[in-house]
Ligand binder design. Structure first.
Ligand SMILES: Cc1cc2nc3c(=O)[nH]c(=O)nc-3n(C[C@H](O)[C@H](O)[C@H](O)COP(=O)(O)OP(=O)(O)OC[C@H]3O[C@@H](n4cnc5c(N)ncnc54)[C@H](O)[C@@H]3O)c2cc1C
Length: 678
């Protein structure tokens, strides 16, 4: 590529050619990418269906994404709504199932409207409303006759739900609730679609009957007129302003000034208020967590899609970018061949696949738990809540870190909007905050683990994901006794298990010690927060490696040897890299010793070289459409420079040779004339 001249870049034929460096990667891969694509899609038929949907979508200019960069916030907002309406039409015209619809949304990289309506408002109705309430509101919501949001967070409180200040006071005289945000800090702040779109909100508020507070409960509140979209009396609502990313979504604020709603608008699946003002709890209010749990599961999928985007851009670009040489006078190398470049971007690639297998496994667990919850049995709720709280945090931590590494790996061009990698990172950043700030999520998982270890120590049954806490940690001998042992994923899993067990047991002991030394419960807890977070992280890392190892090993029965061998290599790398990056903790827990760490480090570097020949094929297997990825650097044809130049030509400032600023300021400056009055 370096030898091509500018005329060649500008000729039209490049559009029909693939960059030779990228083609070479494809020619030398060792497995069939289609086979892997089918697995990622859930089967050959599903791949065919997705491709059909992509074809339909991208035949329409509305869904071409390369134009989004130049849009203002309100244009992005309008465009997202326009897209959703068009997808709804396509769904109807083509008899799409909900699964087809979700595929379409993912193909558009989630650049659509009504995200909260679909991902939170409707699921919350399904989980929190009675059958009667569902019959009333669900058909309206599903047909977009009402547009919803989920309004929980307030200006003053997000994490501490118990401290939310919005009140819903029961007025028995009128059989109504009176909703109020009594002070500045209590206004709702952040809910998606609240600003300018939602006609209705599920508002989380403290239920007050008489002088007694019955805690947080969900209420359906109409915000805007269904005639002219004006806010209803007592309601002040608006957009909270520009964000770092996701600006097509109108996150909003809401002030409720004694807004009256009928008693039937309390979503009463789990608790209700009778006409004479009695509070009846029909099921544990823990069931309210079912919605949050679902969103956390969806975040894993979202994170996976985002990571795929970043890895694909970084790896394809690294294959076509040539820079410097290791031999004086030698040809410039593909930057993908530098070990340091591989070290920067292969972790993100491995995370993409680890997330695939983790999401698959957690989805199965969720479906079992959800079926039970809907039958009124919350037995599995604590387990799934504990697991998904921690995993949501770990996954979003990993993805945001690795995306920034991918962005850096693209050098200067990674800072251009046309590379899209920065935007991908900005879109991913809220994942560490939404649906529970990550530290707080780890701590929820840690609380769950503390309960599990207490049970294990008392000889009681322990939930399956934490069953390793019943093993005798003192019987542990490291499964890596020679360098070659590091290439066994089961051995790595054992190391992770030991480290998680040791971290959990150690913080449980310290908590016990603090309590016995006279500290009260809360100070003892605060004294150990950092270790609790580390213990939760260790447990979640174990979950991820376990799902990855088990997922790949299940493929052995049905897939080609070549494919299984490539995925095993990637899984191995994921495990080795995780140990090396947290080596202090693994050593401290005595899951490994210094000698083992040396072997593991050597094996980790060897893995880079083993993954290298299939790196491009592993991102090609994502089979992401260029219009989904939207990146000048990550196109399938690998013609990064041509696409960058095309993007520069589209830049609005380049639409005229001389800008108004020249006549206003530059002309006089250049001509040495005094500036006209500024
Ligand atoms: C893009 C985006 C979209 C959103 N959409 C919605 C929506 O649709 N609906 C909605 O209701 N909300 C929404 N939110 C709000 C989101 O749910 C909250 O921001 C989130 O729950 C975190 O709460 P917080 O902002 O109060 O953070 P804080 O709790 O104030 O966190 C600040 C710091 O305090 C620390 N901290 C807080 N509590 C503890 C603790 N107990 N122990 C240790 N450390 C602690 C945190 O770790 C963090 O470092 C959205 C937010 C964003 C960014």
């Amino acid at each position: 590529m370096a030898t091509r001249n500018i005329d060649e870049f500008l000729r039209k034929e490049w559009r029909n050619t693939v960059n030779p460096d990228l083609q070479k990667e494809r020619d030398t891969r060792t497995f069939n990418t289609d086979e892997l694509t089918y697995i990622l899609d859930g089967g050959k038929e599903k791949t065919r269906r997705r491709r059909e949907i992509e074809k339909l979508l991208f035949a329409e200019p509305l869904f071409h994404c390369d134009s989004l960069a130049k849009f203002s916030k309100s244009e992005l907002y309008e465009n997202a709504i326009h897209r959703t309406l068009r997808i709804n039409e396509l769904k109807k015209a083509n008899n799409w199932t909900q699964e087809d619809y979700d595929i379409a949304v993912r193909c558009l990289n989630y650049e659509v409207g009504f995200v909260i309506h679909l991902s939170m408002f409707i699921p919350a109705l399904e989980r929190l409303a009675t059958d009667e309430q569902k019959a009333k509101w669900l058909p309206l919501a599903e047909s977009y006759r009402i547009l919803g949001t989920y309004a929980q967070t307030e200006l003053g409180h997000g994490t501490n739900l118990m401290a939310l200040e919005t009140t819903a006071t029961f007025d028995p005289r009128t059989d109504e609730f009176v909703l109020r945000t009594p002070q500045l800090s209590s206004m709702k702040w952040w809910p998606g679609s609240l600003g300018k779109t939602a006609t209705h909100a599920i508002v989380l508020a403290q239920l007050i009957i008489g002088n007694k507070n019955y805690g947080m409960n969900p209420f359906m509140v109409q915000l805007r007129s269904l005639e002219d979209h004006m806010p209803l009396p007592g309601i002040t609502v608006g957009d909270i302003g520009a964000k770092l990313g996701a600006n097509s979504n109108d996150n909003g604020f809401l002030i409720l000034n004694d807004v009256r709603i009928p008693r039937e608008n309390m979503l009463a699946r789990n608790s209700k208020v009778t006409k004479d003002g009695r509070f009846i709890q029909t099921s544990t209010n823990k069931a309210n967590y079912a919605t949050m749990v679902l969103v956390r599961l969806n975040i894993i999928k979202w994170a996976q899609d985002t990571m795929k985007n970043g890895s694909l851009i970084a790896i394809r670009y690294s294959a076509v970018r040539r820079q410097s040489s290791l031999q004086a006078g030698g040809p410039e190398m593909q930057v993908l061949d530098y070990q340091t470049q591989q070290y920067k971007i292969f972790p993100g690639l491995a995370v993409s696949y680890a997330l695939f297998f983790t999401h698959e496994a957690m989805m199965k667990e969720y479906e079992i738990a959800y079926a039970q919850i809907m039958r009124g049995n919350n037995q599995l709720l604590g387990q799934i809540h504990g697991q998904l709280s921690g995993l949501k945090a770990l996954v979003s931590d990993l993805v945001t870190y690795e995306l920034e590494m991918c962005r850096r790996s693209c050098g200067g061009h990674g800072y251009l909007k046309a590379s899209v990698i920065g935007e991908t990172l900005l879109h991913a950043l809220p994942l560490v905050t939404v649906e529970g700030e990550n530290t707080v999520m780890y701590l929820q998982c840690a609380r769950y683990l503390m309960k599990q270890i207490a049970k294990a120590l008392a000889g009681q049954d322990v939930d399956e994901p934490a069953s390793y806490l019943k093993q005798d940690i003192h019987l542990y001998t490291c499964p890596v006794q020679k360098g070659e042992h590091c290439t066994n994923p089961i051995s790595l899993m054992k190391i992770y298990t030991h480290r998680a067990h040791s971290a959990i047991a150690s913080v449980a002991r310290q908590l016990q010690f603090d309590l016995e030394s006279g500290k009260d419960q809360s100070s003892a807890f605060n004294n150990n927060l950092v270790s609790l977070v580390q213990a939760a992280k260790a447990h979640c890392q174990l979950c991820m490696i376990k799902h990855f190892v088990e997922g790949v090993s299940a493929l052995e029965r049905t897939c080609s040897e070549n494919l299984v061998s490539v995925l095993t290599q990637l899984c191995l790398y994921f495990g080795l890299h995780g140990i090396v990056t947290s080596s202090g903790e693994f050593l401290e827990s005595e899951a490994i010793g210094l000698q083992q760490l040396e072997w593991i480090k050597a094996e980790e570097l060897k893995s880079l070289a083993a993954i290298r020949p299939n790196a491009v094929a592993l991102v090609d297997a994502f089979d992401m459409h260029d219009q989904t990825v939207m990146s000048a650097l990550g196109r399938y044809d690998g013609n990064a420079y041509q696409h960058l130049f095309e993007a520069a030509k589209r830049e609005p400032m380049n639409q005229t040779e001389v800008l108004p600023a020249y006549y206003k300021y530059l002309r006089d400056l250049i001509k040495g004339q005094p500036q006209a009055k500024l």
